[in-house]
Design a protein around this ligand. Structure first.
Ligand code: NIG
Ligand code: FE
Length: 431
């Protein structure tokens, strides 16, 4: 029988600016340690029953058993109603900001055409490129701000945002600037990634190297790095996109400018992309539906986070990445939505977490580690985000289930009861 969480409309309003807030009556505290958590460590961390957590100046100052909670007369107390408190969810792979719609292509795929066939026939990414090129920077902001708000309501506190639908220097910069503008509209933390090498645009058809000369020009990377428009450089290294040689050249130019490396790897064909990720010391390699043993070894040796995107394999109807093999191979596996209009029109990280549990056979604790500690590591924020640790930012998501297992046992329901960013409640305007 399900235990209803007591009092899920908590009051009084929790704010921690200038004071202490004690979150009390936590039924289960998911005490995820700082990442990256590799292999069996993903599923081997404490679930504390009847816990409390103290926030001071936006950071976690203490956590432990309720009866030992430190409090002064000035400490405000807020009841978690017996729910499950986890680190704020981190969506470390999205294609926000995008514009346009690909519903017609979705129906073509459902009717039998493959993602690659549609891409190679001039559809796919290029359709979104046309829509993004046609949009003003302010329109990109207006279209994508509500998307971020929906993600926030689903327990997400940090979101990675990729360019890659501009495919000209000016339009890529427009996307990155739109992400900067979006940051001013949301309490979520946005992490920008430059994905100029996402596809070869129509005007460079048959001339991908010339396109890369432009989109991977040292001067463009220098501008992006200097103006802090992106922290990461990313490439779609796959059949129908860019070869490993092309990807290496482009990524090394980005690295030279100070950007950290990510790759879209091993999604549509096995061309050695995850081996390249290891060779270049990438922070993350993402997708990995077709990773091979050499790829797993390469990621392990380089300490690269293996980002698995089961929303994409669900949405495309392709087979899921073998997360169990990666975990038993000692990798730190992360999970993200890959939210984009073509291959994963899914903004819900909780939905992806449920797919990972039910279909990829990841345990509840492994899934939580993947969307917190390991996702933080995929964004190079593990020293501050993604863990229940003293000194870490108080980014927290409260689930209205008494245990973590119950959250996974009951998919297709909204279980998010409250969301905190740096100790401040962000999901409810007056709280
Ligand atoms: O991560 N794989 C490449 N890029 C995206 C898809 C982008 C699109 O189809 O618009 C992805 O799946
Ligand atoms: Fe992607």
């Amino acid at each position: 029988m399900r235990h209803e969480v007591r009092g899920n409309t908590p009051s009084p309003a929790p704010q921690t600016r200038g004071g202490e807030l004690l979150i009390d009556d936590i039924g289960t505290l998911a005490a995820v340690p700082p990442g990256p958590l590799r292999g069996s460590a993903m599923g081997d961390w404490p679930l504390l029953r009847d816990a409390a957590l103290l926030i001071r100046d936006g950071r976690i100052a203490w956590f432990g058993p309720r009866r030992e909670a430190p409090r002064t007369p000035a400490t405000r107390v807020w009841s978690a109603g017996g729910g499950t408190l986890i680190p704020g969810l981190i969506d470390a792979h999205t294609h926000i900001p995008f514009a346009g719609d690909r519903s017609a292509e979705f129906v073509r795929r459902v009717s039998g055409e493959s993602y690659l066939q549609i891409l190679e026939s001039g559809g796919g990414i290029r359709v979104t490129v046309a829509a993004v090129r046609a949009a003003e920077q302010s329109e990109l902001v207006a279209i994508n701000a509500p998307r971020l708000q929906r993600m926030l309501q689903q327990g997400v506190t940090t979101v990675e945002c990729k360019s890659g639908y501009g495919l000209s220097a000016a339009d890529e910069l427009k996307q990155l600037l739109a992400t900067r503008d979006l940051q001013a509209t949301t309490p979520l933390e946005l992490v920008p990634t430059y994905l100029g090498a996402h596809a070869t645009p129509a005007e460079f058809h048959g001339r991908p190297d010339e396109f890369l000369d432009l989109i991977g020009a040292p001067s463009l990377f220098a501008k992006i790095a200097k103006e802090k428009l992106a922290e990461f450089v990313d490439v779609f290294c796959d059949r129908g996109a860019f070869t490993t040689e092309q990807s290496r050249r482009y990524l090394l130019a980005g690295k030279q400018a100070g950007l950290a490396i990510k790759l879209h790897a091993d999604e549509l064909a096995q061309i050695g992309a995850s081996r390249l990720a290891g060779e270049l010391g990438a922070v993350s390699a993402d997708h990995l539906e077709l990773i091979d043993d050499a790829g797993i070894a390469a990621l392990r040796e380089a300490g690269t986070i293996a980002m698995v995107l089961p929303g994409t394999s669900f949405f495309l109807g392709i087979h899921h990445a073998d997360a169990r093999r990666m975990i038993s191979g000692g990798l730190a596996v992360g999970l993200a939505t890959d939210f984009n209009p073509g291959s994963s029109h899914i903004d819900s990280l909780p939905f992806v977490m449920h797919i990972a549990c039910c279909q990829l056979r990841m345990t509840p604790r492994e899934v939580i580690a993947a969307v917190t500690a390991n996702a933080a590591a995929a964004l190079r924020r593990e020293a501050r985000l993604g863990a229940i640790a003293v000194g870490h930012d108080a980014d927290l998501t409260l689930l209205n289930t008494p245990t973590l297992d119950w959250f996974f046992y009951e998919p297709a329901r909204d279980h998010v009861a409250a969301v905190f960013k740096r100790g401040r409640r962000i999901d409810a305007p007056n709280d």
